[in-house]
Write a protein that binds this ligand. Structure first.
Ligand code: FES
Length: 341
C-alpha cells in the first residue's frame, strides 16, 4: 500500500472520530444540564436511629474481613462487610445475613424516587449495563414522562443509579467523546481506543510526511530555476497531433488544467482515479508509488499519472478516446479531432 493511500485511509478514520469528538463535545455543552440530569425525581435518604444496631461479638466475624461500614436499608441499620473473598452484609439489629426479596427491593427502589413504580422488576447481569462489579442488578421502571429507571444491587440493596432519557443521551455523548467503545472501559484518557486513535494519528502524520517527500522527489515544490522546469509541456492527441503547449505549474495536471479542465479527474489529483494518465514520448520521469500502484506494467512504456509529477516539460500524449472527448468538450478552441479516427 502506498504512503498516500495509507495516509488517506488513516486520515478518514481520524477525521471521523474528530467529528464525533467535536459534535459530542458541542452537544454536551449546548444541551441543558437539567435535561441530562436523571436525578429530578430522586429523594434524599434519611438515616434511622443507629442505636438499634447490635455490636458484633468477638469471633463472630469471618477471618478475612478487611473493613466494616455502617449503612441502613428500609430504615434498619446494616453492617457492610468488606472481605478478602468478596462482600457481604448483615442486618445490624439482628446480626442475620441480609437477604432481600423482590418486595424488599421494590420498597428500597420506591423510597429512592418521588414517582410511582410500575409492577415489573427485571434482573440483569451488571456487566451488561455498565456495572461490571455487580453480579445482579434489579431494574425498576418509574411512571414518568422521561422513562426513568431505578437500578439496585440485588444482593446488597444499594441504589446504583437513576437513569432516564436525558442520562441515556449523556452516556451516549460521553461514550462518543471519550471513545468509550469497549464494554467496561470506563471514562478515562487511557482507554485502548484512545491509544489506538493516538497511534492512527501518528501514522497519519508519518504517512503524510512520506507522501510529501515522494511528491518532492517527483518534482513538486521545486523552484522554477532548472532547465526542465521552465520548458513548456507539449500535449498531443492519441494520433500525435499537437493540442497545445503549456507553461510550467506545480504539477503536470495543474499545468494542463490551469486555464480550465482539459484532463479529466475524479480524485482531484489524489492519485487514485487514474484518469489523468499520460504517455511520455521521451524521458519519462521516475515513476512514483502511485504510478506503479495505478498503472502497473504500463509505467515501463512511459505512462505516468499527471497529478503525481511536478512540471518536467517535454512531450506527452493522451492515452484514450475518453480523454480526447473530454478535451474537445472542455477546450473547443483547441484543434478539432478527426472523428473518423
Ligand atoms: S487525477 Fe486522479 S489519478 Fe491523477
Amino acid at each position: 500500500m502506498s504512503a498516500l493511500k495509507l495516509h488517506r485511509i488513516v486520515a478518514a478514520v481520524c477525521a471521523l472520530q474528530m467529528l464525533l469528538w467535536l459534535g459530542s463535545g458541542l452537544a454536551l455543552s449546548l444541551i441543558s444540564e437539567d435535561y441530562l440530569d436523571s436525578g429530578a425525581f430522586r429523594t434524599e435518604r434519611t438515616a434511622p436511629n443507629s442505636d438499634a444496631a447490635k455490636p458484633i461479638p468477638p469471633g463472630a466475624l469471618p477471618g478475612d474481613v478487611l473493613e466494616i461500614k455502617m449503612d441502613y436499608l428500609l430504615e434498619r441499620p446494616v453492617y457492610r462487610l468488606k472481605l478478602a473473598s468478596g462482600n457481604s452484609s448483615l442486618w445490624a439489629d439482628t446480626l442475620s445475613p441480609l437477604v432481600l426479596s423482590d418486595d424488599a427491593l421494590k420498597q428500597i427502589a420506591a423510597a429512592s424516587i418521588s414517582a410511582p413504580l410500575t409492577d415489573t422488576i427485571d434482573y440483569v447481569a451488571g456487566d451488561s449495563i455498565g456495572f461490571p462489579d455487580i453480579a445482579r442488578v434489579a431494574l425498576f421502571k418509574a411512571q414518568t414522562a422521561r422513562d426513568t429507571r431505578v437500578l439496585l444491587d440485588a444482593d446488597s440493596g444499594a441504589v446504583l443509579a437513576h437513569k432516564d432519557q436525558g442520562s441515556d443521551l449523556k452516556e451516549l455523548l460521553l461514550m462518543l467523546h471519550f471513545m468509550d467503545y469497549a464494554p467496561g472501559n470506563g471514562i478515562g484518557f487511557n482507554a485502548w481506543p484512545i491509544r489506538l486513535f493516538a497511534l492512527l494519528t501518528l501514522m497519519m502524520v508519518l504517512s503524510g510526511l512520506v507522501s510529501l517527500y515522494q511528491k518532492w522527489q517527483a518534482g513538486y515544490f521545486r523552484l522554477s530555476s532548472g532547465k526542465s522546469a521552465t520548458t513548456d509541456l507539449i500535449v498531443e492527441d492519441c494520433q500525435g497531433r499537437e493540442l497545445g503547449r503549456f507553461a510550467p505549474r506545480a504539477s503536470l495536471l495543474d499545468t494542463i488544467n490551469a486555464d480550465g479542465d482539459k484532463l479529466p479527474t475524479h480524485c482531484g489529483g489524489g492519485g487514485s482515479c487514474g484518469m489523468c494518465a499520460l504517455m511520455f514520448i521521451e524521458n519519462p520521469p521516475t515513476p512514483t508509488a502511485a504510478d506503479i500502484d495505478k498503472l502497473g506494467q504500463r509505467v515501463e512504456a512511459g505512462m505516468r499519472l499527471a497529478c503525481q509529477h511536478g512540471h518536467c516539460g517535454g512531450r506527452v500524449r493522451l492515452i484514450s478516446k475518453g480523454q480526447e472527448r473530454f478535451w474537445q468538450k472542455h477546450a473547443p478552441s483547441e484543434p478539432a479531432f478527426d472523428k473518423n479516427v
